[in-house]
Design a protein around this ligand. Structure first.
Ligand code: IPE
Ligand code: IPE
Ligand code: MG
Length: 244
């Protein structure tokens, strides 16, 4: 880590405040080793733990990861079961370590589609860590960007129907407040591993002005050096936000 921090300083790199990550390639990583896909997910969950620690030490304040999409239910029962079990264990570990690592954890996505046991752990974790002042870590579980917008629109429509809001009150800021990510700044940098160059329904509203970094590295192989490469790339971009 010392080495990385030295490089950030020497190269005068600006560290993005909020990094969103599409952790992709677990299945291919396992296949290359003739192992079942779920083995890739186990390895991938270890990578997340390491990367959030490294990212925070590098100066990133917010990290938001895509753990399970609303479309991932299409996978085999065996794989979905393994992913849910892994998520549950991850949440339990997180609760156990929460006082030590001072991380504020939040889950985005449609919780109504998740098992009660997982929702219970999510609520517990969010409650325990809500005042933590370290990394703001957000996990997208049963998350789909279109579904998030649809749920927000439904909530706003109810407010209008019940006359608590007028149609003209619906500003961009108001829409933001009804999304799962309410209160989070928009990501500055999006990283997708495994060579795919698509969003797969991840944060379509929030990524409107985000810089995108794609790498062929498979998620279980992703290291702090790869994160540094992404930050270097980010520093080479000129963010204009529609100006000149
Ligand atoms: C990403 O890895 C993790 C999840 C979607 C849960 P994949 O499982 O999509 O791995 P590939 O893309 O099949 O290699
Ligand atoms: C996106 O990856 C979802 C997660 C990383 C959780 P997928 O592997 O599911 O996306 P597609 O199918 O390649 O678009
Ligand atoms: Mg994939």
């Amino acid at each position: 880590m010392e080495e990385i921090l030295k490089k950030i300083k020497e190269e005068n790199l600006k560290v993005p405040k909020h990094v969103a990550i599409i952790m992709d390639g677990n299945g291919r990583w396992a296949k290359k080793r003739n192992m079942p896909r779920k083995y890739g997910h186990v390895q991938g969950s270890k990578t997340v733990e390491q990367i959030i620690e490294d990212g925070y030490n590098m100066g990133i304040e917010y990290i938001t990861v895509y753990a399970f999409s609303t479309e991932n239910w299409k996978r085999s029962e065996d794989e979905v079961g393994a992913l849910m079990k892994l998520l549950q264990n991850y949440l339990i570990d997180c609760i156990e370590r929460s006082t030590k690592n001072n991380m504020c954890v939040r889950v985005i996505g449609d919780k109504t589609g998740l098992a009660d046991s997982i929702v219970k752990k999510i609520n517990e974790l969010e409650e325990i860590t809500k005042n933590a002042t370290g990394l703001k870590f957000t996990i997208a579980i049963n998350y789909g960007g279109r579904d998030e917008i649809r749920r927000a629109v439904t909530k706003i429509a109810h407010e209008v129907a019940e006359k608590r809001l007028l149609p003209d009150d619906i500003t961009e800021d108001l829409v933001n407040d009804y999304l799962d990510t309410a209160g989070l700044p928009d990501p500055d940098l999006l990283i997708r591993t495994s060579g795919e160059m698509r969003l797969s329904n991840y944060l379509p509203w929030q990524l409107a002005y985000t810089e995108f970094y794609f790498t062929d590295v498979l998620w279980p192989d992703f290291t702090k050096e790869d994160l540094l490469s992404a930050i270097r790339y980010y520093n080479g971009r000129e963010r204009r936000f529609g100006g000149v």
